[in-house]
Design a protein around this ligand. Structure first.
Ligand code: F0G
Length: 435
């Protein structure tokens, strides 16, 4: 199908064959060729100044409890409604977003930057950036009349889906790789009440299975192949641009697994420039874990072919060997003149220890972005004086097991390990151990 005469405010288009679909078509892929879909907006009929005034006026506003109306203005997603999902009415919002942009001199020293800014998405309600996509995804599930929602996940998407589905009073089904989900994420998913299946396989198996199951069982699929999730995730970029006074930075650096976020960032930047919000594009740097780096392999060959690997990394959030949003992410890297690299698990854990010890804190996958910044500075791809924002995608408490192993149990103690010390209850013992 193609819209010929008048385009609606919002519609879906296949990124592979150009086939178009209605905004409310619930199918997760192109009905014609099975390609990935993208949401398109006609674009706001407002000047740049009018648009920016709306975004800022709504900041810190009330509402957003999911009650409905045009609420959601306390949300750092729905205050950008005109360029996220203009037609949404009853929004399911926690609220989410409005996360801080942090600066810590200790992290500058570790990474080699003069002033590295950290966009901390771990400050979202379920502790990861997934809430920004999920508020839009679950809102869309309601709009299309879904009876249940489903996803495959390495843990954060499932925690977020479980929370938003609970708020919307929709049954949720999640598939996660047995034995490879961080403790905090599994605990959240169970607590928020999703039906949780521990699949004896990896994330890539879970994703294949949930796509089949959702088609067969008529359940609305809320993995990041769902293009409405990416519309919500765009607001990470919109919000950080706003925090920089709409002066684009030189680089935005992010961890990359299934590549939904890389795709969302590319789309957000392209639209922000097309709609006059910024006048130049920052470059994207997508950072993978060395044991789960199919996208970095493809980039090194000029994207000549798509790689698939058997993934292994301590950063279980990005333990993904066959990323679903590959094509959309290639476009994001190409259009922003970006780069893709990989960092070792040791580098990830060292970056995490530096972020944690600076009082920032994040989960292992998030630290990949800062490990990536240091690697790019070391190879002179980024100059220390450039304006760089690294995105921290998840909260420190998502993965307590990795923390305790690193600080308490690893022999010999890694650099930055902070060993707990057990003592007798005497003042002398305390005094002897004063830091
Ligand atoms: N960081 C964290 C903390 C994540 O949970 C994820 C993905 C990523 C980075 C990578 O983002 O997949 O868009 O490239 N987590 C997914 C999940 C796969 O199921 O929670 P991506």
């Amino acid at each position: 199908m193609r819209f010929t005469l008048e385009r609606p405010e919002t519609w879906q288009v296949c990124t592979a064959c150009g086939n178009e679909a209605l905004e409310t078509d619930p199918r997760p892929r192109c009905a014609h060729c099975g390609g990935l879909l993208e949401v398109q907006h006609r674009g706001p009929m407002l000047t740049r100044e009018e648009l920016l005034r709306r975004f800022t006026e709504r900041r810190g506003g009330g509402g957003g409890g999911g009650g409905g109306g045009a609420a959601g203005t306390a949300s750092g997603v729905w205050r950008f409604k005109e360029i996220v999902l203009p037609g949404a009415e009853r929004v399911i919002s926690h609220p989410e977003g409005n996360t801080p942009l942090l600066h810590r001199p200790a992290v500058d020293r570790w990474s080699g930057m003069h002033r590295l800014l950290l966009k901390h998405e771990g400050h979202n309600p379920t502790g990861s950036f997934k809430d920004r996509g999920m508020t839009v995804g679950v809102t869309q599930a309601i709009r299309v009349g879904a009876r249940a929602v489903a996803c495959a996940s390495t843990g954060n998407t499932s925690a977020s889906l479980a929370a938003y589905a609970a708020q919307a009073e929709l049954p949720a089904l999640v598939l996660v790789p047995a034995g490879n989900v961080a403790l905090g994420k599994l605990a959240q998913t169970l607590a928020y009440g999703a039906r949780t299946l521990l699949v004896r396989g990896d994330f890539d198996d879970c994703l294949r299975l949930v796509e089949e199951a959702s088609a067969r069982l008529g359940v609305y699929l809320l993995n990041s192949i769902n293009p409405f999730r990416l519309e919500g995730q765009k607001t990470i970029v919109l919000e950080l641009l706003e925090q920089l006074g709409w002066e684009a930075p030189d680089w935005i650096v992010l961890p990359a697994g299934n590549l939904g976020n890389t795709a969302a960032f590319g789309k957000a930047l392209g639209e922000a420039r097309a709609w006059g919000l910024i006048d130049r594009l920052p470059r994207l740097a997508a950072v993978q874990a060395a044991g789960a780096a199919p996208f970095a392999l493809s980039f090194a060959e000029g994207f000549a072919r798509r790689h698939r690997v058997k993934a292994e990394t301590v950063a279980t959030a990005i333990r993904i060997g066959d990323p679903a949003s590959y094509d959309r992410a290639v476009r994001a890297i190409r259009e922003t003149g970006g780069t893709v690299l990989s960092v070792s698990d040791e580098e990830i854990l060292e970056a995490k220890a530096a972020l944690d010890a600076a009082g920032v804190g994040c989960e292992p996958a998030s630290a990949a972005s800062v490990a990536g910044v240091r690697a790019l500075v070391a190879r002179r791809a980024i100059a220390p004086a450039e304006r760089v924002v690294a995105v921290l995608t998840g909260h420190i408490l998502k993965d307590p097991a990795v923390l305790l192993t690193y600080h308490r149990d690893t022999e010999p103690p890694p650099r930055g390990a902070n060993r707990p010390m057990e003592i007798e209850p005497t003042l002398a013992e305390v005094e002897r151990r004063l830091p």
